[in-house]
Design a protein around this ligand. Structure first.
Ligand code: GLC
Length: 461
């Protein structure tokens, strides 16, 4: 770090450096500007990593790059390779893309990335960002174009397709979102449900009211509502609910059962004992038949606050969890991606003995600066500016000095991640957003409009 520059100046300098040009136009930002990146695809533009870059650009009135990105990613869907015996899924958007020597863009649908998992979250982020772009720029023409309206319909065709589902939540493979290596997050992970909700909300606003779209608007509205009530009721965990689970009747048959998912009380992990305070609660990480993953996944909880999936009362209680477990969840670098880590034999079978995901590292309980922006935004929205300021003070002490690492290791996140990149773009953009929201009331207002949810009116008490 240049010792004369402020942390914000170095963050902005990194963002500038990360911009990817295509045909003389900015089209995205690379994931990391580290000259020794740990894997070659960090030099690509990831859809999810671009979101915080895009928010900075939108807040700064730089709309072109976001527009170019939205167009490029939509067009890249044509590059999807199809395995023999399968059909093309035209609504799938890539995880990342790079520029080849001949100047063309080449997409990766997770088939080249290390984890080899389809990026279910990409199209969700794309749609949420598209709505934010339209709100910020007032460019309604883009979304009214035939290719964009068709793109939205194709995405919905894929994401609303019937499968072997027994709930309104969305079923996905392990590692199909920010956690993109095996971590026992298959099934119905919270982050995917929050993004799904945000995507449906965006689609509702973006689809033009015409005959072709009428069926989509109808189904989106209904699914959004059922997803919302399902998550608010069944994913929610606080002391009264924990007591209920502790005494649940199991093996019930038929229609009027109380234990709809046949959750066995013995599933409650030891660490839950005494972990929740009377005024706190959170949305559990995953839920399915006889399955409740009690781990606290930060991003899923904060996105639920930001996108209006959690009620106001639930949002307040989620922030109380962070407050009361500050050392475990924030520690020396905001923000732990998941708490607690998987250890021992569970680590072995949950991760496939992945050495990058050893306990308290990387996806398995590492601390990720990229989660600062949703944390700070959630804190401000719920009136906990005190928590936002405290987290930022902690982050700013180290991030610029440490050269913007990708993640930190250790129970308290005090060590730079063993295999972390330096100059990770979303570590810097996350801080820029947080800083703007805390320091500039106009930016906060603009930001709130970008994500302005119209919450479903479902009262869960
Ligand atoms: C890692 C992260 C993923 C991110 C990518 C690029 O694979 O798990 O969420 O998009 O790096 O930064």
């Amino acid at each position: 770090m240049d010792k004369h520059s402020s942390p914000l100046e170095t963050a902005y300098a990194l963002l500038e450096r990360s911009i990817m040009m295509h045909n003389g136009q900015p089209v995205g930002t690379v994931a990391a500007c580290d000259p020794e990146v740990v894997a070659p695809n960090y030099e690509e533009c990831f859809v999810r990593d671009f979101v915080p870059s895009a928010i900075v650009f939108l807040l700064d009135g730089k709309y072109d790059i976001v527009c170019n990105f939205l167009v490029a990613v939509l067009n890249l869907r044509h590059q999807q390779k199809v395995m023999a015996g399968h059909q093309r899924a035209p609504g799938l958007l890539p995880a990342s893309f790079k520029q080849l020597n001949d100047g063309t863009l080449k997409a990766d649908f997770g088939d080249l990335a290390i984890g080899r998992v389809a990026p279910v979250d990409s199209a969700m982020w794309w749609m949420i960002l598209l709505r934010a772009y339209v709100i910020a720029s007032n460019d309604h023409e883009l979304v009214q174009r035939d290719d964009f309206q068709e793109g939205i319909r194709l995405i919905l065709d894929l994401y609303l397709k019937e499968s072997f589902e027994t709930s309104p939540a969305m079923l996905v493979p392990d590692a199909s979102f920010m956690i993109d290596r095996r971590m026992g997050v298959y099934g119905h992970p919270l982050e995917i449900q929050a993004l799904f909700y945000g995507m449906l909300q965006a689609a509702q606003d973006l689809l033009l009211p015409n005959d072709l779209n009428a069926r989509y608007i109808d189904i989106v509205t209904k699914r959004k509502h059922s997803l919302c009530s399902y998550v608010r009721i069944y994913y929610w965990l606080d002391i009264p609910r924990l007591n209920e689970i502790h005494r649940l009747k199991t093996e019930e048959f038929g229609e009027d059962v109380s234990n709809v998912l046949n959750i066995h009380p013995e599933i409650i992990p030891d660490w839950m004992d005494g972990w929740l305070g009377l005024d706190s609660g959170y949305l559990v990480g995953n839920l399915g038949p006889s399955r409740m993953d009690f781990r606290f996944f930060s991003l899923g909880n904060f996105l639920s606050i930001l996108l209006g999936l959690a009620t106001d009362a639930q949002s307040t209680r989620i922030m109380n969890v962070v407050d009361s477990h500050w050392d475990e969840l924030v520690g020396e670098m905001p923000m732990k991606i998941v708490y607690p880590a998987e250890v021992g034999e569970r680590w072995a079978w949950v991760t496939g003995r992945d050495p990058k995901n050893v306990p308290w590292s990387y996806h398995n309980g590492g601390n990720w600066p990229a989660i600062i922006w949703p944390f700070v935004a959630s804190a401000i929205i719920t009136g906990r500016t005190d928590l936002a300021e405290r987290a930022m003070a902690t982050a700013l002490q180290r991030l610029p000095v440490d050269n913007w690492p990708e993640y930190y290791d250790g129970r308290k996140g005090s060590l730079i991640g063993r295999r972390a990149n330096f100059f990770q773009t979303w570590s810097a953009t996350s801080v820029i957003i947080a800083h703007r929201l805390l320091e500039n009331p106009d930016a906060l207002l603009a930001f709130q409009q970008l994500f302005s949810p119209v919450p479903d009116k479902i009262d869960v008490g």
